[in-house]
Design a protein around this ligand. Sequence first.
Ligand code: ADP
Ligand code: ZN
Ligand code: ZN
Length: 739
Amino acid sequence: MPKLILKIALDLPLDRLFDYLSGGQFAQVGQRVLVPFGRRKQIGIVIGVADSSDFTVEKLKTVLQVFADELPIDTETLSLLKFSADYYQYPFGQALLSALPARLRQIAPAVSRKQYVYALTDLGRQVDVKRIPKRQLVARRIFSALQMHSVLTEAALDAISSSARKAVKQLVADGWASRRQVPAIIKTLATPPATEPALNEEQKLAVQRITQESQLFKAWLLHGITGSGKTEVYIRLMQHVLQHNEAQVLVLVPEINLTPQLEARFRSRLPNFTLVSLHSNLSESERLHHWQLAQSGVAKIIIGTRLSIFTPLPKLKLIIIDEEHDSSYKQQDSMRYHARDVALVRAKRLNIPVVLGSATPALESWHNATVSANKQQTNKYNLVSLNQRAVIAAELPHIECIDTTKVNLQQGLSPQLIAALKLRLVRKEQSLLFINRRGYSPVLLCLACHWIAPCTRCSSRLVVHLGLRTLRCHHCGHEQKIPKQCPSCGNADLHPTGHGTQRLEQTLVQLLPTARIARVDRDSTSRKNSLLEILDQVHKQEIDILVGTQMLAKGHDFPNLTLVGVIDTDSALHSPDFRASERLFAQLMQVAGRAGRADKAGQVIIQTQFPDHELFNALRSQDYVTYANALLLEREQVQFPPYVFTALLRAEANEYLRVQNFLRYAFELARSLSHDVLVYDPVRPQMERLKGMERGHVLLQASSRTALQHMLRNLVQQLRAQDSAAKVRWAVDVNPLEF
Ligand code: ADP
Ligand code: ZN
Ligand code: ZN
């Protein structure tokens, strides 16, 4: 009788499956298993079951354990991961295992998180809330909530009060409430259901068009200015899909703290559908739990950051990608996938619609949705536009540029901006100052010899952080004390030069002593929930001025915020990165969109040395379309993406010579492999050294995606087999966003 062979994917940098004997254990494709590997044990996933092996069967080892209680990963998800691993030139086993929640990569059965739910007992239903002493306020509130909802989860208790879990125990002890353990999530305490606004004509049309074809694959680009009601359109589409089928909807959001707001909005508008989120702020057990709810089909709405595109979703019927242009959809290490592109593949395979929403679509998407510059119809996507703000009274903000070469700046602030801030204080309205640098100042300069504090591990400068009086590298995390004197000439007069969020905050405190100011950047929000707390304060009007980085640019809706100031974004105007202006435009449109969202007009003041730059012209007229078309024309003339397909072969080592030898070899090899792919000479990136590693890359470019793919496959195979490859760290980045 033939032995049963299991073909297993392991988390190893080798692009192959491993054969094991099943040892009589029953295992299906997609099942998680524990296998011996060398002297260790590893978690693997069964990819195939066969009755023969290319290896000597006697030498094969036997699977130690099959986690038979767990749902296997379905073939759709496996095949999507296989496709992605191939496309992004990454070992399948690693791609697969890193797409799983951490708990499923650990050598232990993944115990689903159990939770307790509470309900009133028969006795409890007969008593009046007044029998609970008045001072036991929390207990009273729990009791009322129990009367209103049939059950309360622990999460719902937490929402009532942080001491609610303790207080509920007394209710149980008194026999008024009961507690039981359940494996799956039950509806959390519903946010009060929100009323549904009547759609405006544009929104109606958008919803109509998309729902009419909601049963088949179509890519929709929903281009809508900020505040035009894109989210409202998503909600209607979700309602439609969820009500008409047994369905799941996946909503992708950028990797920022947008999920809680969107979650709350979806919960209140779609209260009958179980919603889970998947992002890096969850604990390992929460993530596993949410993932399993998605995998089992219990969760109907899944909101997640890029990795959630690989979540098994047996009833997936619609994918929505919010802020589709956001670069956080691209993974920048390991498998360098782009979640938007993977979403398109997934939607096509499932024959379901995918909706990409943005006020400033990525040029790739715009290109796909419009007639390209040379009038050749691309039309791969269907364009749906929302050109008006949804709230009728909300007008687009007035945008002006202040020429900083012509005014006297006070600590980096123009008189116009200061006056505008003061006016907001008088009017009791809120302001937001956007500056894309955290820290106190971006350089520490010696006035005597012009020495600048460098990072020893990267080709970058150290940023001055006050507070702990340190210098920090924002690229590698290196940290040191601010030196007392210049290490180069001994001069004691070291000068923090330029502005960061901390310095701006300090300036504002001095200039506007009565203002209540909050800073939002990665430093001030490192503690879990601190951003939410600040945003909450803003909503409660406890803050007058918000100072922050791009973290503030997105998604937040502050009705009383009427002024946005933009400070010093000029470096992006002249960046060697050809995507810099596209990104800056998107960013500024987004921040500008924060001003005047309700019934109060907004004002945006941009400080720049180049007020006549075409980017600012486009911004002033808030004309994405003209600007996007102009940028596309430029890209076409110089043959940049999306008119060509590119890939980068990146390499790094502790000595550049190694990188150079490797890249030289790869360059020759690549050239010999294909005539359809243009191979550029090895060069060093702008950031030559990073984290102590010397870096270089080779750019590959082709007019056909297939030609590039074909060549990359051969190249990577041969490089993997090559010995010299081992001495450098290298990786292929397909459709790179950063150079
Ligand atoms: P976007 O996602 O395009 O930025 P939102 O969907 O968040 O826009 O809508 C902006 C604001 O307008 C929100 O406060 C939302 O509640 C409101 N809104 C959206 N659609 C309508 C509508 N049809 N009628 C009234 N208000 C609306
Ligand atoms: Zn000096
Ligand atoms: Zn560094």
